[in-house]
Design a protein around this ligand. Structure first.
Ligand code: PMP
Length: 489
């Protein structure tokens, strides 16, 4: 059966601040000519607007989909440049060996280039990395040595220490050196940065990424700031990594790292390839939030990505939510494909075993807790508010319905659609009082009430409920809030 999807019919959240390719027939403009080899297809990954996980957020958020690279990750961009840096310096010759410490993706990037150039590959990899990545590297013909994750960075069993030793002891071998070789950030100065500048028509205001080696964030950051120094570079760091704390203390702190599950990002010391000076802000995100967002990006946006992409997108959503600038344009980074984590992030059993799934019975307060913390708890009007003021208030706060309150009591409700149609049919209605036109009040529920029972209330004609605790209104939960909560679970 052939399913045809006309993307023109999909809802477009708001007007687009940058030009969009409406080539819904699928890629006619791309790949018009043949290539000599797969390396030529690396880069120029698509920039895709996030429209579902950003509901309720005004600032547009775009995602640089680097999992479109042929090896499935951003690290394809540095494979060839790392190898060429050693060739140019005369250290790597025909028949030589490339050694690298990798969380997996750099290994793939190197293996693709090595396959075409005829080099042997030996990779060391910490044992926390997914089996998919180990198998993938072996599929490319690489030798993979698994090392313990839980050892200090100067321990001989540490994956970087081990790779250095193998490179020194193997004749004709070089350490590719993603953590110190400047060819890594330079590759992003030369490719990722200019692509983003062109794809956003120079309108990007915030770039959110995470640091593994720091190549992406440093290279893109350097390039974008050279174009416009006002662009903010925001790094998201896994809870347990020491990078955020070292940035906050200007390198003076002595944070102790802790284990975390997200792969490929965060560190226990600052790599030479990470330029902390281009970073304007660090945000810390937990595994649970990272994985939940990776799953939402997959289910809601159709973007099948790994945990680091989820972690960065979670941070990007925070950045976009707190923005109050009509010209803001946030770009998040999708580092690698979710296929690499089918046995983990996309496996409910693994998620449950690792306490990454929310299994506690949920009450309506949990739904309230997920809402944007920076938005007002409740936007309300009184019976004396004019229709004109009520519409303005709803537009200002980007809400489509508000309760009419008399103290803590909900005496009615107004919706943007009802007020707009009344005012369009008779503009005099704009000067009426809300009390004259309001509809039925929203039901009030207790904070401890189950999500399921509130969902039933909302499935009837009620558009929203007010949540109370100790007789105080805690906030408002709309149909969409509950639906979003249920979808994310
Ligand atoms: N995400 C994943 C899954 C990765 O493997 C890496 C690279 N280790 C990154 C993000 C971070 O990229 P960079 O090394 O350029 O900081």
């Amino acid at each position: 059966m052939i399913l045809s999807v006309n993307t023109a019919e999909l809802p477009n959240p708001t007007s687009n601040p940058i030009s969009h390719d409406d080539d819904s027939a699928g890629g006619q403009a791309r790949h018009r000519r043949a290539y000599d080899n797969v390396l030529q297809t690396i880069g120029w990954t698509p920039l895709i607007r996030l429209s579902r996980v950003t509901r309720g957020i005004r600032t547009p958020v775009y995602a640089k989909a680097d999992f479109f690279n042929p090896g499935g990750s951003v690290k394809d961009r540095i494979g060839l440049p790392l190898i060429e840096s050693h060739e140019k310096a005369g250290r790597l010759k025909a028949g030589g060996t490339i050694v690298e410490a990798t969380s997996g993706n750099t290994g793939v990037g190197l293996a693709i280039a090595a396959a075409l150039k005829g080099y042997r590959c030996i990779f060391t990899m910490p044992d926390k990395m997914s089996q998919e990545k180990v198998r993938l590297l072996r599929a490319f013909g690489a030798e993979v040595i698994i090392t313990p994750t839980a050892v200090p960075s100067d321990h001989p069993q540490n994956y970087v220490m081990m790779a250095k030793r193998i490179a020194a002891e193997t004749p004709g071998a070089v350490l590719a050196g993603q953590f110190e070789n400047q060819a890594n950030p330079d590759a992003h100065v030369a490719t990722t940065g200019p692509e983003l500048w062109e794809q956003t028509e120079g309108k990007i205001t915030h770039f959110v990424a995470a640091a593994g080696t720091g190549g992406t964030v440093s290279g893109v950051g350097r390039f974008l700031k050279s174009k416009n120094p006002n662009i903010k570079i925001i790094a998201a760091d896994p809870q347990g990594s020491v990078l955020a704390e070292l940035w906050r203390t200007n390198g003076d702190g002595h944070p102790t790292g802790a284990p975390y599950k997200v792969e490929g990002i965060g560190q226990d010391c600052v790599p030479h390839t990470l330029d902390m000076s281009v970073i304007d802000e660090f945000m810390t995100v937990g595994d649970k939030e990272a994985f939940a967002m990776a799953r939402r990006l997959t289910r809601e946006e159709g973007l099948f990505v790994g945990g680091s992409a989820g972690l960065i997108a979670h941070a990007a959503m925070h950045v976009a939510r707190r923005m109050d600038d009509p010209n803001a344009l946030v770009v998040t980074f999708l580092c690698d494909t979710g296929e690499r984590y089918l046995s983990k992030v996309f496996n409910d059993e693994w998620m449950r075993e690792n306490q990454m799934l929310d299994t506690s019975p949920s009450n309506i307060e949990n739904v309230l807790g997920r809402k944007d913390a920076s938005a007002p708890t409740i936007v309300s009007v009184t019976t004396g508010t004019t229709v004109r003021q009520a519409i303005r208030l709803m537009v200002l706060h980007n809400v489509s319905q508000v309760p009419v309150l008399d103290g803590a009591v909900c005496v009615g409700s107004v919706t943007e659609s009802h007020l707009s149609s009344q005012s369009l049919s008779d503009p005099k209605a704009l000067d009426l009082s809300v009390g004259d036109v309001m509809e039925a009040p929203f039901p009030t529920v207790e904070a401890g009430q189950s999500v399921e029972s509130v969902a039933k209330l909302l499935s009837k004609s009620n558009r929203a409920v007010l949540v109370k605790r100790d007789n105080m209104v805690q906030g408002i939960v709309t149909r969409f809030d509950v639906l979003e909560y249920l979808m994310a679970r």
